[in-house]
Design a binder for this molecule. Sequence first.
Ligand code: HEC
Ligand code: HEC
Length: 424
Amino acid sequence: MNIQRILFLRYSSVACFLVAISLLSGCSKQDPVSPTSVITPNPVGGGTPKLASPIPKTPPQIVYPSDNNPLDLTAEIELGRHLFFDKQLSVDGKVSCAGCHQPKSGFSDVSTFSRGMQGQMGSRNAPGLTNIAYNTIFTWDGRFPSLEKHAPGPIFNSVEMGNNFSVTQRDTTPSDYNSGPGPNDTLFLFARLDGTANLRSVHKADPNSKRVDINNVNYYTLMMKAWGTNVFSMDMIAKSIAAYERTFISTGSAFDQYNSGNENAISDDAKQGFQIFIDPMKGNCVSCHSGYNFTDQQFHNNGINGADGFVGNTTDIGRSTITKNKADNYKFKTPTLRNVALTGPWMHDGRFENDNSGGSAELSLESLIQRNYNRKTGPITGQDPLVRPLGLTGQEVAYVAEFLMTLTDYQFAKPATFTSPWSN
Ligand code: HEC
Ligand code: HEC
């Protein structure tokens, strides 16, 4: 991902914002997806009609919150990168964001449940962060409305990075973390970042700090460049991490090339799989996995508690944890399917493992579709009516899995900015 593109996206989003004000239409919304696909005659085969792709060819605009306004965006992103890969963000100095969101796995975790501070185990699978810039609601149950609001979440979460050890003076919850100086956990965090873990009074980055990255750069330099100040604050940390996360852009999968008109970019089997995926009378997958990012950003019960081979796990009630509405029980946010071949284990609790036939993601995805979406057993209580018995043949299920494989962007994890700037 080059910075010019980010800047372009950023400035075009500003333009979009201005247009939006006059038109009263929000740019942050996902691209609209037509409810019924247009049927066009198949130009090649003649016989079977082909459904036109409802997936937009170009990505949506990235919307930056108006108060995330650094001195220098490139420098802010670089500061965010340093924070994202920095293990000193956790109390035991062992857990970075990247530890649970590994770039080569589409920024997801290959473990079912991620290990956080002092090896503690969470209860949800770390989702991939591909194209997270286009999302408007975050975590499986949607408890955060922006990347800025989300970033302190893991930092102060006791099983993730654990910066909430002092119960009497805690700045614990993401909504009321203390961004100013004071005798609290946040200050201890700043001190660790600046290389003086035993001091609990640091609120300014030291120009002479010996805690430097592989290029000999310390937080003082990074912060001055990005924000023009050396005063640490949680706001600065959250905004910089969010700006970095907005660079996790994927637009170059084989599917994208096909969707833009290159008929040779994917196999005929994958094309058939895509047709099944978008056909309301067949897979109907696109009714939820919609838009550029293959998610409607809504919450659904996709029936996983009735999936073949699983005893219903009903401890995590999903969206209703937030809404307190029983009708939202067991609903989870529709995940993106971009880079899905890299993000297993799948579903909010990682119950579908990538463990079939020596770890073939394609066979594992085939098994997921078969056991969850193409199963013979009827819908379970609360299951979304859009997930209905499909009656696909084994061959058709394999086509869909082959299509899902074309959503992998092999260039995605390549940029040097997706590697750690720290030596350990
Ligand atoms: C111990 C593992 C762990 C660490 C460390 C961690 N995460 Fe996560 N992350 C998760 C899990 C698990 C979820 C899903 C949480 C949920 O749905 O309740 C998640 C969710 C997210 C999401 C929401 C994704 C979506 O699609 O809604 C973002 C963004 C994210 N993490 C970014 C970060 C950042 C930035 C950091 C570092 C400040 C971080 N994570 C640290 C495990 C981790
Ligand atoms: C009613 C909406 C809905 C429909 C229709 C739907 N899905 Fe899903 N899908 C979801 C939700 C919600 C999840 C996450 C559920 C969870 O984690 O508990 C999900 C998860 C997935 C995952 C796992 C992704 C990951 O990163 O963990 C795959 C793969 C998937 N769906 C493929 C499909 C396919 C293929 C179809 C069509 C046969 C389909 N979905 C139809 C809502 C839907």
